[in-house]
Design a protein around this ligand. Structure first.
Ligand code: SF4
Length: 236
């Protein structure tokens, strides 16, 4: 069943991962119709820099420092030639500023040295950049280049298990499982919406199942005496 009505989504009770996956995509699209990347940026390079800064830091804090950072070093060429101390000063409040400053300059130097100053648009190339893993690469692909990808962060990992979309807790396997369940065109937006839902409703410690549109069919919906289902631990 496909529906754009969240109330109707709540009445269906799909039993299979495939059915749940369809209902989750439909429900997420209805509940979170607008996709907004919370990190301010004007190019794939700036999005990549902002994601590096967002490690162990809030999006709001990153957005406070990036205007000055991007005024000083707006692209890979200027960042690659930037003063390490000046970058550290500009990003100091994001925490881990020394490591992040080295990552920013190292990433920019790699982009200039190996990709002619342009952030590459493939997973294969992106993960060769310092500080860039599959999660970051999928965000860049999806929202910088329009190439579908599923970014598995802590929220996507948690919700995928709770909703019974995967049995794994390994990010690479979860990404593979979700790719198999969701239409390719949905990958980027659905994973971003799952993050929204993880922040707003299905939070880590005390999920608000009573306010969740998936409570009717979620295998982890909290009812008295029913503990949260956890995905089994697996190895690659
Ligand atoms: S019903 Fe509860 S556990 Fe399931 S997705 Fe919603 S908030 Fe999370």
């Amino acid at each position: 069943m496909r529906t754009s009505d969240p109330a109707a989504v709540m009445t269906v009770r799909p039993r299979t991962p495939q059915g749940r996956a369809r209902a989750v995509v439909d429900g997420l699209r209805t509940a979170y119709p607008t996709i907004v990347i919370p990190l301010d940026h004007a190019s794939p390079f700036q999005l990549l820099a902002a994601i590096i800064l967002s490690a162990q830091c809030t999006d709001a804090r990153v957005n406070q420092v990036t205007p000055a950072l991007f005024a000083y070093a707006p692209d890979a060429a200027t960042m690659a030639a930037a003063e390490l101390g000046e970058i550290e000063r500009l990003i100091h409040s994001t925490g881990f500023f020394r490591a992040k400053a080295r990552s920013l300059i190292g990433m920019a130097q790699a982009v200039v040295g190996r990709f002619d100053g342009q952030v590459p648009g493939t997973m294969e190339d992106l993960v060769t950049l310092p500080g860039v893993g599959r999660k970051t690469a999928n965000v860049i692909l999806g929202h910088g280049f329009g190439v579908p990808g599923i970014a598995v962060d802590t929220h996507v990992l948690r919700l995928s298990g709770r909703l019974g979309l995967t049995e794994s807790s390994d990010p690479v396997r979860v990404e593979r499982d979700l790719c198999a369940l969701w239409p390719r065109r949905e990958w980027s937006d659905a994973s971003m919406r799952l993050i929204y839902h993880g922040r707003a409703v299905c939070v880590a410690r005390s999920p608000r199942c009573g306010a969740c549109i998936f409570a009717k069919f979620c295998p982890s919906a909290r009812v008295p005496s029913a503990p949260l289902r956890r995905p089994s631990q697996t190895t690659r």
